[in-house]
Design a binder for this molecule. Structure first.
Ligand SMILES: Nc1nc2c(c(=O)[nH]1)N[C@H]1C(S)=C(S)[C@@H](COP(=O)(O)O)O[C@H]1N2
Ligand SMILES: [Mo]
Length: 245
């Protein structure tokens, strides 16, 4: 059964039952306020919806913890399975001068923004923790451009709800909703601990989304698509879509 028809079946069933009409109202409100994660089967789906909804209510405008420079981890762990890419080697040989991030979809100005251009934009530096779903974490100083700035440069149009982003590394991609995309701590990172972003940590360009688990912070970012639906995007990424911490 398609998700849509299942949802319709459920809501039609609900409409006739007075005792559960409160739930139908809750479902309506949750949909309206963007509190249903796109990979769930609606508000009646598993606990992930409740987690997402309650965290969204609490954290929509809240900041991830920032640390002092003294708390930066001495030996940050770079989690990377080596990958072979002629394209990456070619870009690296050129000092990444030709590295671009293609931004397309629901934007008035689709653009291929050069790394150098990104580096010339006003940047933000923040000392935050990267927490992997496997249980380890480290604290680092990240420098980059706020994704909100990039989205305003390309003029994301009203009605846009998600940003899907892709790595040059095969099979690495994910997506976030606009609340996280516009969040002041969501960065396109090009510097780490005072230097260039090292290869192991996704250099020359990665996302940092400190309010979600590490796997949302995709490395080697080359493409972003602004969209109002994740239907075409296999529900938005590998692993569970919402990874709020
Ligand atoms: N392209 C790419 N992005 C990625 C990964 C990866 O293997 N490849 N690993 C993810 C996971 S699971 C985590 S926890 C963090 C790890 O970041 P780090 O290597 O800087 O520690 O990157 C995320 N982004
Ligand atoms: Mo991870």
């Amino acid at each position: 059964m398609s998700e849509w028809s299942r949802r319709r079946l459920i809501t039609t069933g609900l409409a006739g039952t007075a005792s559960v009409s409160g739930l139908a109202v809750a479902a309506h409100l949750a949909n309206q306020y963007g509190l249903v994660p796109p990979d769930s089967s609606g508000i009646y789906g598993p606990g992930t919806t409740l987690t997402y909804a309650s965290q969204r209510m609490l954290t929509r405008h809240s900041l991830a913890r920032e640390f002092s420079p003294g708390e930066i981890s001495k030996a940050p762990f770079a989690k990377l399975r080596p990958f072979k890419s002629g394209e990456f080697d070619r870009l690296r040989a050129g000092g990444f001068a030709d590295w671009r991030v293609q931004v397309e979809g629901m934007v008035a100005r689709p653009s291929a923004i050069r790394l150098g251009e990104l580096k010339s934009l006003p940047s933000r530096t923040q000392v935050t923790q990267l927490a992997c779903e496997e249980g380890w974490s480290f604290i680092a100083e990240w420098t980059g451009v706020q994704l909100s700035r990039v989205l305003s440069l390309v003029e994301a149009v009203p009605g846009a709800r998600y940003v899907v982003y892709y790595s040059l590394q095969p099979n690495w991609w994910h997506s976030i909703d606009m609340a996280d995309a516009m969040h002041p701590q969501t960065l396109l990172v090009h510097g780490m601990n005072g230097g260039e972003l090292p290869f192991g940590h996704g250099g020359p360009l990665r996302l940092s989304i400190p309010r979600q688990l590490g796997y949302k912070s995709v490395k080697f970012v080359t493409r972003m698509v602004v969209t109002d639906s994740l239907e075409r995007f296999r529900k938005g990424g590998n692993y569970s879509w919402y990874a709020g911490i």
